[in-house]
Design a protein around this ligand. Structure first.
Ligand SMILES: Nc1ncnc2c1ncn2[C@@H]1O[C@H](COP(=O)(O)OP(=O)(O)O)[C@@H](O)[C@H]1O
Ligand SMILES: [Mg+2]
Length: 238
């Protein structure tokens, strides 16, 4: 299985007044094509920070973020290096290979549903494809395509956020408590859809969740505690 992204000996902390709080302590991991991982851990343990680092929303203090190079060997991306190769490689990864679903949906509110999904495609110079129709059909949002997103319910907005994140068939989907704002039944439905759709596009999922039921949809569980990742479960059947 090929590696999509790897972290090597990552450290990340934040200053809290005069004290420094180490959030990620020498964390190493790799994410592979088609792999599904639930990231659990106490509140404040650094789950969102880890996702933000992989998504490039947050800088690391030390360590390496590695992406496959053209020859498929892992190459370190130095995020403070502005050389064109680094820059292009990193921004191409973020544009083409990454889909992100946040707890708060983060949809573009002046736009309707279709334009939200199309905007994300356009960043990648991609047009609406049969896969997008298929996604919307499976997510049950076809009738909503012309509706402004702010007129939708939480569950509907979450489905749109998932369509937007998967429309360009990313290699990696980062989801931060994607069902956190939904009731249990809607949450389970969204989880089942999300995992099924990711399977269809062979997308790797790294998903933060507090729910054991949601975590059970993933093959592997990584538990983050005191800055370290402990792999706790591997579901043979998933
Ligand atoms: N931008 C930031 N500035 C200062 N502290 C932060 C920032 N982001 C996160 N933290 C702190 O880092 C710790 C981990 O946060 P977070 O990754 O959001 O945890 P989790 O998602 O597991 O609840 C918390 O103590 C949080 O207050
Ligand atoms: Mg969080």
């Amino acid at each position: 299985m090929s590696i999509i992204v790897a972290l090597k000996n990552i450290n990340k902390g934040f200053k809290d007044g005069s004290t420094f709080h180490q959030v990620l302590d020498d964390v190493s991991l790799s994410l592979h094509q088609g792999q599904t991982v639930a990231l659990t851990g106490p509140s404040g343990s650094g789950k969102s920070t880890l996702l933000n680092i992989i998504a490039g929303f947050e800088h690391l203090d030390s360590g390496q973020l590695l992406l496959p190079s053209a020859t498929n060997t892992l190459a370190s991306i130095h995020l403070d290096d502005t050389s064109p190769w680094q820059d292009q490689h990193w921004s191409r990864f973020r544009r083409q290979s990454l889909g992100v679903v946040f707890q708060q949906f983060n949809l573009l509110t002046p736009l309707n549903v279709k334009d939200n999904i199309s905007f994300s495609l356009s960043l990648n110079q991609q047009a609406w494809s049969p896969w997008c129709d298929d996604l919307c059909e499976q997510l049950g949002i076809v009738e909503l395509l012309s509706r402004p997103v702010e007129t939708l319910s939480g569950g509907q907005q979450q489905r749109v956020a998932i369509a937007r994140a998967l429309a360009h068939k990313p290699q990696l989907l980062l989801a931060d408590e994607p069902t956190g704002n939904l009731d249990e039944q809607a949450g389970m439905q969204v989880m089942a859809l999300l995992t099924d759709l990711a399977k269809q596009s062979n997308t790797c999922i790294l998903m933060v969740t507090h729910s054991d039921q949601c975590a059970a949809f993933m093959q592997t569980r990584w538990h983050l505690q005191q800055g370290h990742i402990i792999e706790t479960h591997v579901h043979a059947s998933a």
